[in-house]
Ligand binder design. Structure first.
Ligand code: CA
Length: 444
């Protein structure tokens, strides 16, 4: 694995001539440089690849046209003329790192060529307030995992109080193949789905709008080069196939799910919308925040050989703080700030992203550039770390209190869910993921 390669792009003392990138509370300092796809607000232009820096977006195709990626970075610059990140994702880590180095150099204050860089790059900065973001890749396939032991235990306990975890959980990363067509960008309204469900105690099912609509906070991984059919990705190579991470809201209709999930798992309960955050924080930007996987509880089996390795034990996990905030229509009308519902640590997940990739491909399944793998709900051991309302309200039995006296067992129309995440540690610059926002509406 190469994830712990630190270079001058991570130097915490480096500052940018883009002043907003030096603000103490920015999510997008020079050390982050996440990629996304944008269009100028109100224009009909196709997507354009950009990098977030402070409160601006750097237009990469414009930089390419201006010759700023000539020489060592010409292939990478060319890939940035696409309308999605897929071509860049396909290039692989050597190219990603070269482009990151070049961008860091172009945007750095105190570089010997700062004056020239500023003059040439400055015209290609667009204020973030003037852009609309798109789903960053054409996602061919989307897979959702179930990697939090705490989430799996809590949900299992609701169904089987005496035997919450199924016997496979600690051996095999559990997942299902999701639906790519309904991935939507942060900010897209989410329409309450209709579905078939069987109310508790009823003999026959009914059809109607879901009454138990929920969110799930997850971390998503965009696949880089991927593998050929029949050629698994070994755990030690998994990082080379991750372009970067984003936030994912796996909206879930719990009443539909409860009725349909046996025996083949979720189907319509989760295929009506999945929101993604616009900025992909690259695997290189995350290098300072790699940590050992969480220690398995005493008595748990060690991972099987294909899911274990020395490098993985040293830095297989990533330390990300993940939060969920909720505001209701009434709270917004009253000017009340969104309420925080949970905060959890991504490093507490039982299975890491490299393990998910190694497992996904072990039978020969091919991953392709731009495929999205989501982690599963990020929950932790404390009640304040539960990453969905199903857990927070314990299947609706204990509604969550909100400022202003409202309560929620599940989501109401007008509710807005905002996911946020960031990485921080001593000796590194704090970097953020931006947000993943979605408001529930009754009609499309
Ligand atoms: Ca999920």
């Amino acid at each position: 694995m190469t994830a712990t390669l630190l270079d001058e792009t991570h130097d915490p003392s480096a500052r940018s001539w883009v002043e907003s990138a030096n603000a103490a509370d920015t999510e997008f300092p020079l050390q982050n440089l996440p990629f996304g796809v944008f269009s100028r607000r109100g224009s009909n232009e196709p997507g354009c690849i950009g990098v977030a820096i402070g409160t601006s977006v750097l237009d990469l195709p414009a930089c390419h046209a201006a010759g700023l990626f000539a020489g060592a970075c010409v292939a990478e610059g060319g890939a940035c003329r696409d309308v999605s990140l897929n071509a860049l994702m396909a290039l692989g880590p050597t190219h990603w790192r070269a482009l990151r180095r070049r961008l860091s150099e172009l945007l750095r204050a105190g570089h010997p060529d700062e004056g020239r860089h500023h003059a040439m790059v400055g015209p290609h900065l667009v204020p973030m307030a003037e852009v609309e973001m798109r789903v960053p890749a054409q996602v061919g396939d989307y897979t959702d995992f179930y990697a939090s032991l705490d989430h799996a235990t809590n949900v299992g306990r609701m169904m089987r109080p005496d035997n919450p975890l199924l016997p496979n959980y600690k051996w095999v990363p559990i997942g299902y193949h999701g639906r790519a067509s309904s991935l939507v960008i942060s900010g897209t309204p989410v329409c309450r789905p209709r579905g078939q469900m069987r109310p508790e105690g009823a003999e026959t099912p009914i059809v109607g709008p879901s009454r138990r609509l929920d969110y799930e906070v997850e971390v998503g991984a965009f696949v880089g080069p991927g593998n050929r059919l029949g050629h698994p990705i070994p755990l030690a190579d998994a990082d080379r196939h991750v372009f970067g991470l984003c936030l994912v809201n796996d909206w879930s209709a719990r009443d539909v799910q409860a009725w349909e999930y046996q025996p083949l798992g979720p189907f319509l309960a989760k295929n009506f919308a999945t929101s993604v955050s616009p900025w992909v924080v690259t695997i290189d930007a995350l290098a300072p925040f790699r940590v050992p996987p969480v220690a398995r509880p005493e008595g748990d089996p060690a991972p099987l050989a294909y899911l274990d390795g020395e490098d993985h034990q040293a830095w297989g996990a990533t330390d990300i703080q993940v939060e969920v905030h909720l505001s209701t229509a009434r709270m917004r009308a009253a000017g009340t700030e969104a309420a925080r519902l949970s905060r959890a640590r991504f490093r507490d997940m039982y299975w890491t992203i490299p393990q998910l990739i190694a497992h996904h491909t072990m039978g020969g399944c091919n991953l392709r550039p731009g495929d999205l793998l989501a982690s599963g709900t990020v929950s932790g051991p404390e009640p304040s770390m539960r990453g969905c309302l199903l857990e927070l309200s314990w299947r609706g039995q204990h509604p969550v209190d909100l400022p202003g006296g409202e309560r929620r067992a599940f989501l109401e129309d007008g509710d807005e869910v905002v996911l946020r995440a960031w990485c921080e540690r001593e000796g590194a610059t704090r970097i953020g993921f931006g947000e993943c926002r979605g408001r529930v509406v009754a009609e499309p």
